[in-house]
Design a protein around this ligand. Structure first.
Ligand SMILES: Nc1ncnc2c1ncn2[C@@H]1O[C@H](COP(=O)(O)OP(=O)(O)OP(=O)(O)O)[C@@H](O)[C@H]1O
Length: 691
């Protein structure tokens, strides 16, 4: 086993308040394991000085030494982690594309190769850069290495080993931090809140909350985010933190669990060169602590390029280089392509391996060059394969039987499928759902304003209609209209919510942050609470203006029924929005479902007029029960009239009574929600199970 030295007492060197490391000032340097760390401060920090420190440090120590410095910046409760190495051989990926006409019969299915036999390895304590021009296949390779290839889309072959053995994908996804190119976060939450959710859900349940929060503080400190820790992340519409800070938050979300392996897709994209360098320097620090870092990178400045230990070059899916980043220039000059003096080696490599499409002649020339480079690399591949075949250091090998156990010991995740208990997940997500609802002020304000306008407008239109007992038609009409109004109102407010959150939820779920059931229930509870408040407010105004039965019990039944109907409408909308992936389709589907529900309520058309085979639909329409409950509430206690005068018969109200109708309403809402939940599960992002 790798002898993991006891962690240097980093706490002793960190600033303390009342004996506890709490919020750590950004700019104070500290020494750990013989290395001086100067945290980033965009104002005072000079990256060059930091970088010089790294160059002075003797990083050429053996991997064993590198492992020994693993815990140096991490909380003792998380350390030690075991190093992770990865190797892959002859990875080929292709995707099915459709070309041709609009009609299915005229379409041709083609297999488009994306990666054409890529080999490589990534080792602990080192940073591997995957470079290539746009469309070279960098993101595809990284996504595959991260174990997050979407299922069904791609054809994949090749071999991939983790610590010398095939990987167990579910466990692997929990120990590997994957930072995507796109930063998927909730705009309304602060930086600290985003990290706290990751820490509370993904760190072991046995770890005290205080320690989890300290870990969050450490990550905030390490990533230089202290100044914006309590600032909302923001979005295109509402300005929040900067692009560089967003990127660092994305990295921090993964970093809180102290993963031994970090995969980053274009971590510097969208950043100015200063912040790009700051982010990459952080990665270098993390690598030197014993982590394995793999990053795709597009066009790094020379100082960033120098930080990488290893380099994998791709051109149009072909591999043209794998080896030390420092030796890349020498390698290509041996092949007859010397790098001009004072030239950034990264620019040189990209110029060399990119296809130029400016003219046909240039394209042919560059294509020939890439073919030559690919052929030259193929000769080296045999050497490379032999190297990959060499037995790894015993300490790096985890035997298959031990794999899940050891991997969980090595990192901080624990052996459970989800680190936090279900109840804990639910409470965390409930708090988050509530914060998101309240902070989405525009939506809340719009809903309240619309409710005020509707309640007063409808109250005025049907003013005193209920007090005029001769006008049953008006009363039945207002009951039906209120039902439709509240149902469609609730539906339109909710139709987008799951779809708009989907991107973030998919990211969180792919790293096993929480169970879908905890998320779904937390969101449902928040929606119900908000709905109760809004419908109660609406009823208080409209009920008395219209002049319905002036009894507290009737008012209570009216409000409860209307709330349950709006809740059922929300649930039916969820069926639509969780069963499709497109917001517009969901919205259209929801209005179709609600329209059909209203048609079968009994007010617009008598079941006796409908074709027999369609009549059953009313039993699964929530409005059928809600309308009956509301009508019985208003007319049920009136003296019995002849069938042509009795509004209960004229408007096809069932004879189940208020209690049974409310019971069926609840049952339908539960059934709708259960269907929506199943839809959410079936429609979840699936990943390839192979490799
Ligand atoms: N699902 C897909 N359907 C069709 N083409 C795809 C699909 N996935 C990837 N590709 C194609 O594969 C090629 C490589 O894509 P990839 O995203 O890996 O490139 P990249 O090197 O990361 O590019 P960039 O630097 O521009 O992000 C591109 O030409 C892309 O269009």
């Amino acid at each position: 086993m790798i002898p993991v030295e006891s962690a240097p007492d980093e706490e002793a060197s960190l600033p303390k308040a009342n004996g506890q490391v709490l919020s750590l000032p950004d700019s104070k340097p500290y020494d750990v394991g013989g290395v001086r760390f100067v945290p980033f401060d965009p104002v005072t920090s000079t990256i060059d000085d930091d970088f010089a420190e790294f160059r002075r440090y003797d990083w050429s120590r053996s991997l064993v030494d590198q492992a020994s410095i693993g815990p140096m910046l991490t909380d003792k409760a998380l350390a030690p982690f075991k190093t992770v190495s990865m190797s892959w051989r002859d990875i080929r990926v292709s995707v099915q594309t459709q070309t041709g006409g609009v009609l299915p019969c005229t379409k041709k299915v083609e297999l488009k190769p994306i990666l054409r036999g890529v080999t490589g390895c990534a080792q602990p304590g080192r940073m591997l850069a995957i470079m290539g021009g746009s469309g070279a296949g960098k993101s595809t390779l990284l996504t595959l290495l991260a174990g997050r290839m979407p299922a069904g889309e791609y054809e994949i072959s090749g071999e991939l080993l983790v610590n010398g053995h095939g990987r167990h994908l579910n466990t692997f996804r929990r120990i590997a931090g994957f930072v995507e190119q796109e930063d998927r976060m909730f705009a309304e939450l602060t930086v600290r809140e985003q990290l706290e959710i990751s820490a509370r859900c993904r760190l072991p349940a046995s770890m005290p909350l205080e320690q989890k929060m300290r870990r969050v503080d450490q990550v905030i400190y390490e990533l230089g985010l202290s100044k914006v820790a309590d600032t909302k992340v923001g979005s295109f519409e509402s300005r929040g933190i900067s692009g560089g800070e967003r990127k660092r938050v994305s990295i921090g979300i993964e970093l809180v669990t102290n993963p031994p392996l970090l995969l980053l897709d274009e971590p510097t994209s969208g950043l100015d060169s200063f912040h790009a360098q700051a982010v990459m320097l952080t990665m270098l620090r993390l690598a030197r602590e014993g982590r394995t870092i793999i990053a795709t990178i597009h066009q790094p400045r020379s100082q960033i390029f120098q930080m990488f230990d290893d380099l994998l070059l791709l051109s149009e899916g072909y591999q043209v280089y794998l080896g030390s980043a420092k030796e890349m220039v020498g390698y290509f000059s041996q092949l007859g392509y010397p790098c001009p003096a004072y030239y950034n080696p990264a620019d040189f490599a990209l110029d060399l391996i990119s296809l130029s499409t400016h003219s046909k002649m240039l394209e042919e020339q560059t294509r020939d060059r890439v073919a030559y480079l690919e052929a030259s690399f193929s000769r080296h591949r045999k050497e490379m394969d032999a190297k990959l075949d060499e037995p790894l250091d015993d300490a790096m090998v985890v035997k298959p039987k031990e794999a899940p156990r050891l991997l969980s010991f090595l990192t901080c995740i624990g052996e459970r499928k989800y680190s936090a208990r279900w109840v804990e997940q639910f409470v965390i997500l409930l708090r988050r759902a509530w914060s998101l609802k309240l902070r989405n002020r525009a939506i809340i304000q719009a809903r309240v304003t619309l409710n005020v306008i509707y309640s007063i407008a409808l109250g005025l239109i049907w003013l005193n209609a209920g007090r005029n007992t001769l006008d049953d038609r008006a009363v039945a009409g207002v009951i039906f209209y209120l039902l439709v109004n509240q149902s469609f109102g609730a539906s339109s407010a909710i139709v987008m919510t799951y779809l708009s959150e989907r991107r973030v939820v998919v990211r969180e779920r792919s790293s096993r942050t929480y169970r879908m059931s905890a998320y779904f229930l937390a969101k449902s509870v928040t929606e119900v609470v908000l709905l109760v408040a809004l419908v109660l407010f609406f009823s208080c105004i409209t009920y008395w203006m219209v002049g319905f039965q002036p009894h507290a019990a009737s008012f209570f039944i009216f409000t409860v029924t209307l709330t349950l109907a709006a809740h059922a409408a929300e649930s039916l909308t969820l069926v639509a929005s969780t069963s499709v992936r497109c917001e517009h389709t969901a919205s259209m589907l929801a209005s179709v479902l609600l329209t059909f529900s209203s048609l079968f309520a009994g007010f617009l058309i008598a079941p006796s007029i409908m074709p027999v085979w369609l009549r059953w639909i009313r039993y699964i329409s929530f409005m059928f029960y809600a309308f009956a409950a509301l009508m019985t509430d208003q007319f049920g206690s009136l003296p019995t009239l002849s069938s042509s005068q009795d509004p209960m018969q004229v408007y096809n109200v069932n004879s189940l009574g208020i209690g049974a109708n409310i019971g069926f309403l609840i049952l339908l809402a539960v059934v709708y929600r259960s269907i929506a939940y199943v839809g959410l599960l079936l429609n979840k992002q699936r990943f390839q199970k192979s490799l």
